[in-house]
Design a binder for this molecule. Structure first.
Ligand SMILES: C[S@@+](CC[C@H](N)C(=O)[O-])C[C@H]1O[C@@H](n2cnc3c(N)ncnc32)[C@H](O)[C@@H]1O
Length: 280
């Protein structure tokens, strides 16, 4: 699984790097409740260190990194992401708003930093993509200074379960949608629940864990949701252009079929997970 998932992530974010901000950002786009609010929820649980040296892991186009910089109000801020297209966009965005942030390309499983550097780290809406989560957490632990705290906010557990079930059903018997079916199955395999995250944090060496989750039920317009949310974009990226229209038709008509008067119900299952690198 690892290589094909990594390739799919790179291809997805290559395809959506230019449009990501317009869909999910409150600062750069039209979102009324998007990435910056989520990052705010993640940061609300974190103390600002005296001299912050902070890392945003899987920083994407920098939306979460800029929120991190705003929250800290001082110190050094760094961002790293697997996708060169997202990093390029992050650099462009930082120039646009005049933020001095060191953005780098890199995989969470092999971070491009020396040991014991950061006294704070976050990752926003990204942990669900990490392929080897224990390896990723051990690597984050390595680059963190003793006493530093890491926080993750991500979709886990039964995140978007209704849409996932629907996608698996409509693609199950269709040979043209085999890759799409596999992409959705991989997503399910990569989801973790509260107990699993807590165990992983502990095994990677983090202590003082705080792990909790909550649900948000949303009734969405099938077409708008399918085409604007980055999650379906991630599954669709593995489908050849000519098959995509067929897939879109199938999924959207099935979502309509299963919609109530206020739309198609999706449950957003968010997990927040924190841990500290011990000082001793
Ligand atoms: C939904 S975006 C979130 C970006 C940003 N944190 C935000 O809140 O807007 C997920 C990001 O995770 C990155 N990503 C996925 N797997 C990664 C990995 N193994 N290492 C580093 N970044 C990764 C993707 O390239 C993508 O930019």
């Amino acid at each position: 699984m690892p290589d094909r998932v990594r390739e799919r992530i790179l291809e997805t974010y290559r395809q959506i790097a230019e449009t990501y901000d317009a869909e999910v950002s409150e600062r750069f786009g039209v979102s009324r409740w998007g990435i910056e609010s989520l990052t705010g929820m993640l940061l609300r649980e974190m103390k600002v260190p005296e001299n912050p040296v902070a890392l945003d892991i899987a920083c994407g186009t920098g939306l979460s990194t800029f929120s991190l910089a705003d929250y800290l109000g001082r110190g050094d801020v760094h961002g790293v992401d697997l996708s060169p297209d997202m990093v390029r966009k992050a650099v462009e965005n930082a120039e646009k708003i005049g933020y001095d942030i060191d953005f780098r390309e890199g995989d969470v499983e092999k971070l491009p930093y020396p040991d014991d550097v950061f006294n704070m780290a976050i990752s926003n809406m990204s942990f669900q993509f990490f392929i080897d989560k224990l390896k990723a957490l051990k690597e984050i632990h390595r680059v963190m200074a003793p006493g530093g705290r890491v926080g993750h906010l991500f979709g886990g557990g039964k995140h978007f379960a209704q849409l996932i079930d629907l996608c698996l059903e409509v693609s199950g018997d269709d040979p043209h949608l085999r890759e799409f079916h596999e992409a959705v199955e991989d997503v399910v395999r990569l989801h973790v629940d509260l107990e699993a995250v807590q165990g992983l944090l502990w095994e990677a060496g983090f202590r003082k864990p705080l792990v909790y989750g909550y649900h948000r039920v949303m009734n969405v317009k099938p077409e708008a949701f399918w085409f604007s949310n980055p999650y379906p974009a991630y599954w669709r990226a593995s489908v050849p252009e000519e098959t995509r229209v067929k897939l879109d038709d199938k999924v959207i008509s099935e979502m309509r079929e299963r919609s109530g008067p206020r739309g198609f119900k999706v449950t957003w299952y968010t997990i927040q997970a924190y841990g500290s690198k011990p000082t001793g």
